[in-house]
Design a protein around this ligand. Structure first.
Ligand code: BLA
Length: 514
């Protein structure tokens, strides 16, 4: 974006959010040279928070801004430790107030600048270090005991809420295209649930996701804040604005603030969930009644819970995949045993008791074999058109998840079907799994709490969760849940074995006739 160009819905994926040139004013931002600790950049709110006009700070040693003790402690700290980010925060007293100092270095031409961010530990600190440690240890133990993915998400949401005190904590999981779904939620009981809702990928644009892979926590403690500018803010050697990727005070995208405002959110925090270094989801936290500032130590503890969830998840997904494979093998064996029973039509054998729906989940399945058509689950009243269509296909295994778009003629004949997985067998025989449209109707009616949403209803405002959900619903309309690779593989395996079974059955029939 050109400087001064407004951010809007069309260009917001190009907004360079890591270089906003300003911060959220709950703390102070300073960038100093080393080892002299002379201030080169400062946020304008040094006046309000520390009592020095920004011009009295620039070009002066840190000592003048923070006092001898605090500056001495920082100087000692940076000379002692290499990995500063792993050692945050440093607790110092500035102007009589307990203050968290959070340090990291950024590049400045061939050299580096030390970024010093200060957050006053406002109000009573609900979590001393030992308390936080106890809480986190207890939470990790619970996470490790979770029996399945759903419970794992659930426990993490609840524990993060207990730790941070947000009104709502959601586990937000991306699909392959970075559309998101709220898969777990812990909330104040009077709030309406977001659980199960989906949002389009554009709600969290690519550059934001890339930033969140590097910096795993961001807090917007007051959605209504006025940004405080960093002066001068442009790096002396490169002329470029300072990179705030790792700043804890980075001012956030105005378009996102508008979104949060429309959602009725007063404060927001999100934590990155990573798998092999890639973002697979977020823990998204909302506060509604007003600003909310969990101290840095609590945010770090919540981040740690997020990484525990991520680690556990990788193990859990692998366990689940293994279990699914074992289950599929057993189901396949049961189906084949049933299909060898010569006294029963093959079509009936595959849909009674252990059925093809146990092998591949779907809303219904139709089997046509040897002139017999049988089904299980929800299937069209008259599957003739469907079976005729499958018999005409060239491919042995046919996979469709957007029937209306991919096969309009067939879709017109079976309007309730959005996706199918079909095995074509010799002589017009087939096994066909059927899925409905994936979109569930979610009742947004009433919405007693988030009044801001209701006032946007008449407007063409895209930046509200309800409009955003509606957009997602538009983009996925007419699609079924995707057929996964393991599911298609299971179906292919069934087909290979059924070919043998059909051969055997016809041989026995011939012999019986002789
Ligand atoms: C960032 N968008 C975000 C973030 C979330 C969401 C969680 C991370 C920042 C944070 O912690 O608040 C989206 N939040 C959601 C969703 C839910 C939620 C889906 O609670 C559902 C319950 N956003 C838009 C559109 C654009 C956009 C249309 O909706 C742009 C075209 C932009 N979102 C946008 C940007 C950021 C963002 C630029 C980055 C904010 C920043 O870190 O500076």
């Amino acid at each position: 974006l050109a400087p001064g160009e407004p951010v809007d819905l069309d260009n917001c994926a190009r907004e360079p959010i890591h270089v906003p040139g300003s911060i959220q004013p709950r703390g102070v931002f300073l960038a100093v040279t080393e080892p002299d600790l002379v201030v080169r950049h400062a946020s304008q709110n040094v006046l309000e928070l520390l009592g020095h006009p920004v011009d009295d700070v620039l070009g002066h040693p840190l000592e003048r801004v923070l006092g001898e003790d605090a500056a001495g402690a920082i100087s000692h700290h940076v000379r002692t430790w290499g990995n500063l980010r792993a050692r945050n925060p440093l607790l110092v007293t500035v102007g009589g107030a307990e203050t968290d100092v959070v340090l990291h270095r950024i590049l400045s031409g061939d050299s580096t600048l030390l970024v010093v961010e200060l957050e006053t530990a406002s109000g009573p600190r609900p979590f001393s270090f030992p308390n936080t440690y106890q809480a986190v240890r207890g939470a990790v133990e619970k996470i490790n005991r979770a029996q399945d993915l759903a419970e794992l998400y659930e426990i993490t949401a609840r524990e993060v809420r207990t730790l941070t005190g947000f009104d709502r904590v959601m586990i937000y999981r991306f699909d392959e295209e970075y559309n998101g779904e709220v898969v777990a939620e812990a909330k104040r009981p009077d709030l309406n649930p977001f659980l199960g809702l989906h949002y389009p990928a554009s709600d969290i644009p690519p550059q934001a996701r890339a930033l969140y892979e590097k910096n795993w926590v961001r807090l917007i403690s007051d959605v209504g804040y006025t940004p405080s500018r960093i002066v001068p803010g442009l790096d002396e050697s490169t002329g470029l604005p300072l990179d705030l990727t790792h700043s804890i005070l980075r001012s956030v995208s105005p378009i996102h603030l508008e979104y949060l405002g429309n959602m009725g959110v007063a404060a927001s925090m999100s934590l990155s969930l990573l798998r092999d270094g890639r973002l697979w989801g977020l823990i998204a936290c909302h506060h509604y009644s007003g600003p909310h500032v969990p101290p840095f130590g609590v945010r770090a503890a919540a981040e740690f819970l997020g990484s525990s969830l991520s680690l556990r998840l990788v193990a859990r997904v692998e366990e689940d995949e293994l279990e699914a494979r074992i289950r599929a093998t057993r189901t396949l064996a049961a189906l084949l045993a049933a299909s060898r029973d010569q006294d029963r039509a093959l079509a009936s054998a595959l849909v009674t008791g252990v059925s093809v729906l146990d092998l591949v989940p779907a809303q219904g399945a139709v089997v046509s074999s040897d002139g017999v058509v049988d089904s299980v689950g929800r299937v069209p009243a008259d599957p003739t058109a469907l079976l005729a269509w499958v018999a005409e296909q060239d491919a042995e295994v046919v996979v469709r998840d957007a029937l209306a778009e991919q096969e309009p003629a067939l879709a017109a004949a079976v309007p309730e079907v959005a996706g199918l997985l079909a095995l074509r067998l010799p002589e017009g025989q087939s096994v066909v799994w059927l899925r409905h449209e994936a979109v569930r109707n979610v009742d947004w009616g009433g919405d007693p709490h988030n009044k801001a949403i209701a006032t946007q209803e008449g407007d063409d405002v895209r930046l509200s969760p309800r409009k955003s959900f509606a957009l997602w619903r538009e983009t996925v309309r007419g699609r079924s849940e995707a057929w996964t690779e393991p599911q298609v593989r299971s179906a292919e395996e069934l087909r290979a074995r059924l070919l043998e079974v059909l051969l055997e059955r016809s041989r026995l029939q011939v012999r019986a006739a002789e």
